[in-house]
Design a protein around this ligand. Structure first.
Ligand code: COA
Length: 323
């Protein structure tokens, strides 16, 4: 059975927070942030939520795909910052779209969430017969960002991206690879608030904000990125030279640059918006894909690689033949 990605969408919060704005909040500089990360500014949700951004991104993807919302029979929302545990973000997005009947689930695979979601959607379409899947990646990382830690808060932003997968005659998803490695050194963590019950007694507060060992995450990211790209290319039997574009997780310009150099792939092939949006976790890859698609740079038949890595530690990639 063949599956194609037939539409993309994205949604951004209105508020822009620049590096200059952060200079007024902490001991940092635009120059340091830009040279160490490639980020100039990020969007921060004020009124927006994971569900509202996710719904807007989904609407844009549905319109781009030229389908009706009720054709969707599977909704996956990748998020690490859900608005609510019950009924979850995907069921709320389904309701906002006016879709009466569709299986809906939230998925947490950190910054690789949308690639994991693509893999899960493809698996469910192949085994359970779903025809049209909506995958949304939506995160409001500003909620769990430690705004007093200048080593991490400068990296993150809020956004949502979405895409539609559909059963098709022609094969559009040529290869998918998802993988993981235990985070034995706790290099990237964030806890729920301490949850007390009448039976537990008082609990010590948890670390409710993102903690990251930047150096260790950096070296994991480059190695994982290279491994997953090679795995997907190998599975499809396609040489890297044939790739038209790579849509990487927008964690840090330097990670992308190191990967490009080590793989000997021209940097121009890597789509980047990290300067405008920073790292938006689940939204990162689908927003970048949407921007690339809408830029008109992709032609039918082009080979596009999506690749991500993140907490967990998770990593993965998907090789697409463009619709
Ligand atoms: N502004 C100014 N100085 C800062 C700063 C900031 N925002 N953040 C850190 N510094 C300082 C440090 O305190 C340190 O000072 P010191 O030498 O006096 O101790 C110096 O800059 C160098 O810090 P370092 O942590 O070595 O910088 P780095 O080049 O490793 O960059 C990251 C830090 C976080 C940008 C980088 O490690 C990174 O991007 N890692 C991967 C993160 C990632 O991708 N995470 C998400 C994965 S999904």
């Amino acid at each position: 059975m063949a599956i194609q990605l037939i539409g993309t969408g994205s949604a951004l919060p209105k508020k822009i927070v620049t590096n200059k704005d952060l200079e007024g909040m902490m001991d940092t500089s635009d120059e340091w942030i830009y040279t160490h990360t490639g980020v100039r500014e990020r969007r921060i949700a004020v009124e927006e939520t994971v569900i509202s951004l996710g719904t807007d991104a989904a609407r844009a993807a549905i319109e781009d795909a030229g389908i009706q919302p009720d054709e969707i029979d599977l909704v996956i929302c990748s998020t690490i910052t859900p608005d609510c545990p019950v009924p979850g973000c995907a069921p709320n997005i389904r309701r906002n779209l006016g879709v009466e009947n569709a299986a809906a689930l939230d998925l947490n695979a950190n910054c690789t969430g949308c690639i994991y979601s693509l893999a899960v959607a493809r698996g469910l379409m192949e085994t359970l017969g779903f025809k049209t899947a909506l995958v949304v990646g939506s995160d409001v990382l500003s909620r769990i960002t430690n705004w007093e830690d200048r080593g991490t808060c400068i990296l993150f932003g809020d956004a949502a991206g979405a895409f539609i997968l559909r059963r098709s005659e022609a094969e559009g998803v040529l290869a998918v690879h998802i993988a993981g490695k235990s985070d034995v050194d706790d290099v990237l963590t964030c806890d729920w608030p301490a949850m007390e019950t009448p039976f537990s007694g008082p609990k010590k507060p948890n670390n409710e904000k993102i903690y990251m060992d930047g150096h260790k995450v950096f070296s994991f990211a480059v190695n994982a990125f290279i491994e997953t790209l090679e795995r997907s290319l190998g599975e499809a039997g396609i040489p890297k030279e044939e790739l038209k574009a790579i849509v990487p997780h927008q964690a840090n310009f330097r990670i992308i640059k190191s990967t490009a150099r080590r793989l000997d792939i021209p940097l121009e092939k890597f789509y980047m918006n990290v300067d405008r949006l920073g790292n938006t976790s689940s939204a990162s890859v689908p927003v970048a894909l949407d921007e690339l698609a809408r830029s008109g740079r992709l032609q039918s038949g082009d080979l596009v690689m999506l690749a991500g890595f993140g907490g967990g530690l998770t990593y993965g990639s998907a090789l697409l033949r463009w619709k």
